[in-house]
Design a protein around this ligand. Structure first.
Ligand code: UTP
Length: 292
């Protein structure tokens, strides 16, 4: 089954990035000169997605505007012979079809996904969280789509191994490896932010999912969980008890850009990979390190 829609929830308050997020959506904060959300949307497009569904909240219109045309700016750039810049912003305005739905109260990720049920209908869909950047040879979402196809169009959750002390930052899964597939696990359980002393595994879910529309039924059934929020984890946990749900160790480097440490790490690494900044950044890092 070809997956055409990706849900990107961006309605969160971004409290770990205050004061910047007092007025700027977290997802619009740039890594060098490209907003984080652009990387996420690009991953979806590179995976074959044709429509992006944003779950948005008030005061975050700039995210939708960023992916729209800006005719006044285009006219200005044209009049000033800034053709390269013109081409760049026109391209962003034509990247992909965007629709959005409002989450009126921020009651958690599960609540945000449930807001998309009418737009998704009976289709399978991808979910990408707006503050997890994953860079690798093949887009993470594409990797999960392939696994879903291999295993009968069933849901697949992207996972990575984390240090035991970090499990309480994530949804953690438990399950058994599929025969002949050392990267894919048949899920038995999913628990939101367990204590390190109580965790079944160290297999964490950083924010990439392929889901079937059944998830909406489970999202309607769950009660408020960890952090007093409606957790997507709790709905997936119910789903994996009623039919096969898989978890897949994706390849690629993941940056948690929702916190300042992950954001800083991504900025450094992206600068070192940017042809314009590569030499400047490495010379600067060496110089600064010498003075430490
Ligand atoms: P986070 O847990 O990172 O929450 O949400 P947050 O509000 O964005 O950031 P902090 O923790 O306060 O700093 C993970 C993803 O789920 C979305 C967020 O926008 C983010 O992409 N989300 C979260 C919603 O869309 N709605 C919610 O009610 C909660």
């Amino acid at each position: 089954m070809k997956i055409k829609q990706a849900v990107i929830p961006v309605a969160g308050k971004g409290t770990r990035f205050l004061p910047a997020t007092k007025e700027i959506p977290k997802e619009m904060i740039p890594i060098i000169d490209i907003p984080m959300i652009h990387y996420i949307v690009q991953e979806a497009i590179d995976s074959g997605i044709e429509q992006i569904v944003f779950v948005n909240s008030s005061h975050k219109e700039s995210i939708e505007n960023y992916f729209d045309r800006n005719y006044a700016l285009e006219k200005f750039l044209e009049a000033n012979n800034k053709h390269k810049e013109l081409e760049l912003i026109q391209k962003i305005g034509n990247l992909v079809e965007i629709v959005s739905v409002r989450q009126k109260e921020q009651l958690g990720l599960g609540h945000a996904i449930l807001a998309t049920d009418r737009l998704i209908g009976k289709n399978n869909f991808a979910v990408l969280l707006g503050d997890d950047l994953i860079k690798g040879a093949e887009p993470c979402t594409k990797q999960l789509m392939k696994v879903s196809e291999t295993y009968g169009d069933r849901p697949v959750i992207g996972i990575m191994d984390v240090p035991k002390d970090d499990v309480s930052k994530y949804g953690i899964i438990d399950g058994t490896f599929m025969e002949g597939d050392k990267q894919t696990v048949l899920m038995k359980d999913m628990i939101e932010k367990p204590l390190p002393s109580k965790t079944p595994t160290t297999w964490a879910t950083p924010g990439r999912y392929i889901l079937s529309s059944d998830i909406f039924e489970y999202l309607k059934r769950i009660k408020r969980g960890a952090g007093d929020e409606y957790q997507l984890t709790d709905a997936i946990n119910l789903m994996c008890k009623s039919g096969p749900v898989y978890a897949h160790f994706f390849t690629g480097r993941r940056y948690d850009t929702g916190n300042i440490f992950g954001y800083f790490e991504a900025t450094l690494n992206f600068a070192l990979a940017d042809l314009r900044l590569k030499n400047y950044a490495s010379d600067l890092i060496k110089k600064l390190a010498k003075d430490l």
